[in-house]
Design a protein around this ligand. Structure first.
Ligand code: SF4
Length: 102
């Protein structure tokens, strides 16, 4: 795992509906070069968060399948094109989401 935060699958995360937590990767289109990599992000992610599109680009197709706190896929990209919220941002998201579900 690439983080000391716990990870989760689809569904709830520590009692919070997963869709209420905006934790997922984004791809920097200026850096992403799918024709020059091995589509590492697509093959690395067993949750199928990434998918190649018909136009040849790669997109974050299933963002809420992403394991909360897990940034391991970002280390697979040879062009440093994958971004995640910071741990601080994640903590703020979780605090706000907890407030909303209580
Ligand atoms: S994000 Fe990185 S690993 Fe994924 S397709 Fe783009 S260049 Fe390749």
């Amino acid at each position: 795992m690439g983080s000391d935060l716990p990870s989760s699958g689809p569904g709830d995360y520590v009692g919070i509906p997963r869709e209420r937590i905006a934790w997922f990767p984004s791809i920097d289109p200026e850096r992403c070069q799918p024709d020059r990599c091995q589509l590492n992000c697509v093959s690395w992610c067993e949750r199928r968060v990434y998918a190649r599109q018909d136009d040849g680009t790669v997109a974050v197709a299933r963002p809420y399948q992403c394991a909360v706190g897990d940034i391991s896929c970002s280390f697979q990209c040879p062009f440093d094109a994958i971004r995640f919220p910071s741990k601080r941002e994640l903590r703020a998201m979780l605090q706000e989401a907890r407030r909303q579900v209580q």
